[in-house]
Design a protein around this ligand. Structure first.
Ligand SMILES: *Cc1c(COP(=O)(O)O)cnc(C)c1O
Length: 387
């Protein structure tokens, strides 16, 4: 039985697509200028950070978003199979990758090396369409992208293959390392390095359609990094990309994911009773506890053990002891009963914890919480509202 056939899901992830579209409008405002402003890409990799690839992509297009971005060709092809026809960049190929399908499906691809560019050109030969390529330069992240010592040969190869009509170099791009820390010296260095890369590209005869550097935090904190296009991931899903420096109220974004479950069981425990594996929590009093039917098999981080809180009724209820594979226990008011609604996190507007609260409790970032929730086991029902 598919989980979606469950009439009343015991646990579910609810994604508010109206809030998503509003976030996209708001982000558009935040990067608008008197003249125009950069084009917007919404990054929908990793199943739209756990929010649903196809559903979020469709909503983004409805909101007028011209560009989508994904990491893998498989993700890009899934979007094309679902009917998406807009500009779409896929950026993380590996050696030996067959680019024919992507190029044939009108997907923009990225090259970080001459070898990769040659493989992409082979995709042009097999598909009969000219590959649209974004050349990626490493400006200081030391991750993907050509190192500075290879910029020239990469650009020269781009010029040559473009003259042969085997590729169309439509983009030059890079990615920030410390965009959520605006005072970090790496940011200035990366903008300067990117400017140098662009100058070299121009000198060698490249004239790309889009030059792009900024992710969510970069776009919101550094207008000088907008160039022609900004790539919004986390902020599109309503999550503050730089919680230490950006005020959530001023940002005006709404988290679009809510995770809830039915309370499976309640009981009384007494002084001296241990809770969950290892008895890492031992009760010092009589208290009412509730069982929540979600665990690390559903993407609830085990690091939430003893730390994170869920909302039941009006109460914030702390997790007692360890998160197990399928379930965990929380301390609840005496009035709570089996079948009551427990909210792990949501937009926070009804007093429930937010994903930022969970990230802090788990010692991680909100990106990881939303992307992993739901879990590989696929037991958590996902529902999209206001589509
Ligand atoms: C994931 C990713 C983004 C989006 O980053 P956010 O911080 O979520 O906005 C942008 N560009 C690249 C290359 C990425 O990998």
């Amino acid at each position: 039985m598919s989980p979606s056939a469950t009439p009343t899901p015991r646990a579910e992830i609810v994604v508010d697509l109206a809030a998503f579209r509003q976030n996209l409008d708001r982000l558009g405002e935040l990067v608008a200028t008197d003249t125009d402003g950069p084009a917007v890409m919404v990054v929908v990799k990793a199943d739209a950070y756990g929010h649903g690839l196809v559903e979020c992509a469709r909503a983004a297009r409805e909101a007028g978003v011209p560009w989508l971005g994904v990491a893998t060709q498989t993700e890009a092809l899934a979007l094309r199979a679902a009917g998406d026809e807009g500009r779409l960049l896929s950026w993380l190929g590996v050696p030996g990758e067959d680019y024919g399908d992507a190029v044939g499906a009108d997907i923009d691809v990225s090259a970080s090396s001459v070898q990769q560019l040659n493989e992409i050109a082979a995709g042009t030969d097999s598909s009969g369409m000219v590959a649209r390529v974004h050349l990626k330069v490493d400006t200081g992240l030391s991750r993907n992208g050509a190192p500075r010592s290879e910029w020239r040969e990469l650009f020269e190869a781009g010029v040559r293959l473009q003259e042969e009509d085997r590729v169309d170099i439509v983009g030059i791009w890079s990615h920030f390392a410390c965009a959520d820390q605006p005072a970090h010296h790496a940011n200035d260095q990366q903008v300067a390095a990117f400017d140098e890369a662009l100058a070299l590209a121009e000198e060698l005869g490249l004239d790309p359609e889009v030059r792009h550097l900024a992710n969510s935090a970069g776009a919101l904190l550094r207008p000088d990094a907008w160039f022609d296009l900004v790539r919004f991931g986390i902020a599109a899903y309503g999550i503050n990309p730089a919680p230490d420096v950006l005020d959530a109220d001023e940002l005006g974004l709404t988290p679009i994911m809510t995770v809830r479950a039915d309370v499976a069981l309640t009981k009384e425990i007494g002084r001296g009773d241990g809770v969950s594996y290892g008895h890492t929590y031992v009760s010092d009093r009589r208290q009412h506890v509730a069982l929540i039917p979600l665990g690390y098999g559903d993407g609830v981080p085990r690091h939430a053990s003893g730390r994170a809180e869920v909302r039941v009724g009006d109460a914030h209820c702390r997790i007692l002891g360890r998160v197990c594979m399928d379930q965990f226990v929380v301390a609840v008011p005496d009035s709570v009963q089996a079948g009551d609604d427990a909210v792990l996190f949501g937009p926070g507007t009804a007093g429930e914890p937010t994903v930022d609260d969970w990230a802090e409790a788990c010692g991680t970032i909100s990106y990881e919480i939303v992307t992993r929730i739901g879990g590989a086991a696929g037991r958590v029902h996902r529902r999209w509202v206001n589509g």
